[in-house]
Every structure is written in C-alpha cells, then in structure tokens.
Design a protein around this ligand. Structure first.
Ligand SMILES: *Cc1c(COP(=O)(O)O)cnc(C)c1O
Length: 440
C-alpha cells in the first residue's frame, strides 16, 4: 500500500500538475478532495465548512443514474474484471460488446440497427459526423459536407463537436478561422409544451432549402439543450426537422448523450417526438457513471450508403473500442434501469423539483425556473462571474449539496435513486446558491 498523500500535499500537487475541466494552469481555486462515494453521497477527505458528505446534485455530470458504489454495478465490473478488462476490437469480438450493441438497438428508436462503440461522447459525435459525410461521399456527393444546427447547443469539446456548439456561449470567437464554419439556425423557441411557432418553422425550412446542396446533416440535442443553457423545446420541432431533412435530402443526427436513459421522462428524448434520426449518439449515463463509453447508432440506409463507396469501410477505431469492462457495466446499468419502474422515479423527482424550486422564482436576480423529468434549472438574469460562481458553490456545500453552476444557471440533474428528503435538500441548496451567487 502507498502512504496516503494527505489533503494539503494532494492539493499542492494538483495545483502544480493537474489540468481540470475548463481550468487554467496552474489552478486558481482548490477543488474539493473526494475520498469515496456511496448512494447519492460524495465523502470528502476532510470537512469543508464543517461538511464531510455532500448529496450529489450533479450525478457526476449527469451520468451516475443509480448512485455510487452500487452493488449490482460493482458485481458486473468485478465479474468482468476476472475474465478480462480489455482486448482489442479489431479482428476480435466478445459477449459484453455484442450484447450491449444488440440491447441498444432494441431500446432505441425503431430503425437504428448498427452500433459503433466509442470511448467518449465527443468521439461518438465525431463518428456520427464521419458517418454522415462519408455517406454522401460514397453516394457521389462529396460537396455535402457542412453541418447545420440551432444555436444554444453543446456537442462536446473535440473540433467537430466544437464547431456545432453555440457560437456565442462556446469558444468560437477564440477559434474563429480554425473551426469549420457551420450553418446556424436561431435557437428553438423555449418551452416543452409550447405550440409550434410558424415563423420559426419557416426559418428552419428557409435555411435548409438554401443550404441543402452543401449539408451532410442537421445535428441537434433533442428536447433539451443541456450544457448550452438547460433550455427545453417542443418535440414538434424534431418532427419538423425529420420532415425537412427527408424533403431536402439531408441526414438527421440526434445527440442524446445528455438526454438518453430516462433523464427527460422518456427513455430517449426522441421518443417524445416518435422520430427516428439517421444517426444517434448516446453516452454519459450509458455505464451508469462507472466507466467511459459512448455509442453512435445508425440506420441501415446510412450503413449501406457507406458500404457502396469506393472506400467501403468506416475508418475509425479507438484503441479502447468496445471495452468489455465498460460494456459489462453498461448492460448491468440498462438492466437495472429497465428492471424498475424508472418512469415513476423520474416523475417523483420531477414533482419534488417543481415543488422545491418554485420558491426560487421570486428570488432577486432570477429570470426563470424550469423543470423537465429529473432536470431542474434556475436561470439568472445575468451570468455568474468567477466570484459569483464560487459563492454559489460554497453556499450549496454549506447546505450539504454538490452543485456546479455555470453561466446564468444553477441547476441539478440528480441520480434517479435520490430520495425525497435529499431532493428537498438539493432544492434548498439551489435556492441558497442562487441567493449567494446573485448577491455577489
Ligand atoms: C457531455 C456531452 C457531450 C460530450 O461527451 P464527452 O463524453 O464529455 O466527450 C456531447 N454532447 C452532449 C449533448 C453532452 O451533454
């Protein structure tokens, strides 16, 4: 056994050597040191503001559906570990990956038949886009290579996904001239239950008509724009996109990396619309938050199109493609989810969030409070700066809750196993974080 580092030394090394997400180097604020996690609680290595355990309102970036240290997922990982952690996927195959692919085909919208197992969400988006561009190339139309999306989206941090992230909220200004220039529609009108806006529908049609000759695909996050601002829109726009893409001969990609596996109240957000995209990405909650894995699924039309080409193969193959350990845990996580009345759990959390977050609407500096499925968000009337963000985070920690506000948002996407008491506690912490953040 190695000697434990001790919190002080650990943080010193962390500052010196370790990049954190979207962070400067060296780091300017000390992260909290987590020692272990169980159920919906993170246990800190030492108390912070007198608090040692935090209810995780983030589900580790929306992935830990069943909470931490779950006996069923632990057992699935252990059993697979004793057989093999990994073997290459080129020329070899194995039961966990095959079963997982078949299971994904079974539970995703009708018509998605083929599965590319990738090692992260961003890579699955790269693969989805590669599939679409290659489809047109193989069909003798290589000029169809641009993408269209709507503003307010987020699709990951590698180059192609970055190019379809929101051009204002993302890093577009920093990378102007470097990122491929895509076609941006206005953000979809807000509101899950809002009526379809004919002017917006005409706007989408006009853009598609104008650019169809150069478009490989339209890519969007269905129903919820997540990291781009936690905005909800009507499923009717997804049906509209499906019709327009068919009419103008453009492929349709749904990025369900954040919305998949029940988060919005439907198993996949596409199910709200009853629409099958040509390509669909899943990730984040795929392994219940245990290991890194994502997938791009496509229809037979896309696969056959690619196979007709001069180069009939999809030239992509991550080293850890189809990782057996991740696949085994993903299968167990899906079984665990579908083996219970998950819709009732999501509805229960939705009701708790509605009740607990409603009072935030009357707090100073609050523009909007919205809830859909197990997603609750409070939007402020201006973005939090670094000090506001730190104050908001600290206020939540004092309430015994882990939150990570960003932009104008204090939000939660808790694990589905969060009990009513803890949902209430998270809502209290969101309100405290809003007051502290808006007060800076
Ligand atoms: C998180 C996310 C991604 C990127 O996934 P990574 O695993 O972080 O690469 C892509 N699209 C959406 C909608 C996401 O929420």
């Amino acid at each position: 056994m190695r000697e434990p580092l001790g919190v002080e030394r650990l943080l010193e090394l962390d500052r010196q050597h370790v990049w954190h997400p979207y962070g400067p180097m060296p780091g300017r604020r000390d992260p909290l040191v987590v020692e272990s996690a169980s159920g919906v609680r993170l246990r800190l290595a030492e108390p912070v503001h007198g608090v040692r355990e935090l209810v995780d309102g983030m589900a580790s970036w929306w992935s830990a559906l069943h909470g931490y240290n779950h006996p069923v997922l632990n057992e699935a990982a252990r059993a697979q570990l004793d057989r093999m952690s990994h073997v290459m996927f080129g020329g070899l195959t194995h039961e966990p990956a095959v079963r997982l692919a078949a299971r994904l085909v079974e539970i995703t919208p009708e018509g998605l038949e083929h599965v590319f197992l990738a090692d992260s969400g961003s890579v699955s988006v790269e693969v989805a886009v590669k599939m679409c561009l290659q489809y047109w190339r193989s069909s003798g139309r290589p000029e169809k290579r641009r993408l269209m999306t709507w503003r307010g989206g987020y699709h990951g941090d590698t180059w192609t996904p970055m190019s379809v992230c929101d051009p204002d909220g993302g890093m577009h200004s920093l990378w102007a001239g470097v990122l491929p220039e895509q076609v941006f529609a206005d953000a979809p009108p807000a509101g899950f239950t809002a009526e379809e806006d004919p002017a917006y529908a005409a706007h989408l049609r006009e853009l598609l008509e104008r650019h169809a000759h150069e478009l490989a695909a339209v890519i969007v996050e269905p129903v919820v724009q997540n990291a781009g601002g936690m905005r909800f829109h009507s499923p009717s726009y997804l049906r509209l996109l499906r019709r327009l893409c068919d009419e103008y001969d453009v492929l349709l990609v749904f990025d369900e990396i954040a919305t998949g596996f029940g988060r919005t109240g439907a198993l996949f957000a596409a199910d709200h619309a009853g629409v099958t995209p040509d390509v669909m990405c899943v990730g984040k909650a795929l392994t219940g938050g245990y290991l890194t894995m994502a997938a791009a699924l496509c229809t037979s039309r896309v696969a056959e199109g690619i196979s007709r080409g001069e180069v009939p193969v999809l030239a992509h193959g991550p080293t850890f493609m189809g990782n057996p350990l991740a696949a085994a845990v993903a299968l167990a996580s899906i079984d665990l989810l579908l083996g219970q009345d998950w819709q009732a759990e999501v509805k229960r959390i939705e009701a708790g969030l509605r009740e607990g977050l409603a009072p935030a609407a009357s707090l100073p500096g609050v523009r909007d409070v919205r809830v859909l499925g197990a997603i609750g968000a409070v939007e402020l009337d201006r973005p939090l700066d670094a000090a506001g963000m730190a104050a908001a985070t600290e206020a939540a920690v004092r309430e015994g809750v882990w939150l990570r506000p960003f932009g104008q948002l204090v939000y939660t996407m808790p694990p589905f196993v969060t009990g009513d008491g803890d949902v209430g506690r998270i809502c209290g912490a969101v309100r405290a974080a809003v007051e502290a953040g808006a007060g800076v």
